[in-house]
Design a protein around this ligand. Structure first.
Ligand code: PAF
Length: 294
């Protein structure tokens, strides 16, 4: 595996892959890699000849009171994992390689609507930071495909919309959420949880699942389901940020045209903000039915 810290050297390596006709899958990450990230790498390997992974803790997507400084940085362990997975190239730039003129002078990409709701509402500017860095990384790497986890379902939807709106010739591939045995979605932020909080954390997924089952059984008072779920989370010790039943395509309210429902939640356990989602494909014949995992 070759590691590049500068985009110029990375791009000349990529030119070599292109000249020999090899296809490229790109997996952007912020490091502290776990099995969820490695699933993305494996998907990339199955789909393309070369996998390029980036590790960059992007300051532009963190709010002023968020965990940028505390965000776990584990480069040596990450490199070993990527090497064992057969990744050919790691791009690990410093902030000056991505933002050479500083962040304040950076042109930004904003995806309206999809980016303004849910996590976009509670983390202002977060998704602009994500779409800006992802567009820069896409322009640097120019991959055939880019692989993202479905755990960050809103992020995945926003990246798909950005690629479509800006005519970027990149296929966006989503990969199913990797869960611990008790259902907790894998996340770098799980490492912040105390032992007691870790025991409580799976309640987030359980609450999403109960809501999905209720909808699948025909219960369609969504306001009541949302407020019941928020109550369950509060009782378990969470501070819910949102619990929302939405159209999976638009992330707006469910309508008669909705083909798939996404149930999305964000909640704090102490200082740790966890997010998760599950989805429910609606059976066009019977209205409610067919469970799909998130
Ligand atoms: O999902 C992440 O890890 C980040 O938001 C991403 C896509 C790497 C952009 O910094």
């Amino acid at each position: 595996m070759r590691t590049y810290n500068g985009k110029a050297q990375l791009q000349s390596a990529i030119q070599g892959f292109r000249q020999s006709g090899q296809s490229i899958a790109f997996v952007p990450t912020m490091g502290n890699l776990h099995e969820g990230h490695l699933d993305l790498v494996r998907k990339g390997r199955a789909l393309c000849d070369v996998v390029i992974v980036s590790i960059f803790v992007n300051p532009l997507q963190f709010g002023p009171s968020e965990d940028l400084d505390a965000y776990p940085r584990t480069m040596a362990a990450d490199k070993e994992k990527l090497f064992s997975e057969g990744v050919q190239v790691l791009y690990a730039p410093g902030v000056e390689d991505i933002y050479p003129e500083g962040m304040a002078a950076q042109t930004q990409v904003h995806v309206p609507d999809l980016g303004d709701t849910l996590c976009g509402g509670s983390r202002p500017g977060h998704f602009d930071g994500v779409t800006t860095v992802v567009s820069k990384l896409f322009n640097i790497v120019q991959p055939d495909m880019a692989i993202f986890g479905e755990k960050d379902f809103q992020q995945l939807s926003i990246v798909r919309k950005m690629v479509q709106d800006l005519c970027m010739p990149i296929e966006i591939v989503g990969v199913t959420t990797h869960r611990d045995e008790d259902g907790l979605a894998m996340s770098s932020r799980n490492g912040y949880l105390t032992r007691a909080q870790r025991q409580v954390a799976p309640v987030l997924h359980q609450t999403l699942n109960s809501c999905r089952e209720a909808i699948a059984c025909g219960f369609d008072n969504f306001l009541q389901l949302e407020s019941h779920a928020r109550m369950q989370l509060l009782q378990a010790g969470f501070e819910p940020d949102y619990f929302a039943i939405r159209d999976a395509r638009t992330l707006r309210a469910v309508t008669e045209n909705t083909e798939e429902i996404a149930i999305l939640a964000a909640a704090r356990l102490g200082a740790t903000r966890l997010i998760d989602n599950v989805r429910l494909a609606l059976n066009p014949v019977s209205d409610w039915g067919m469970l799909a995992d998130g």
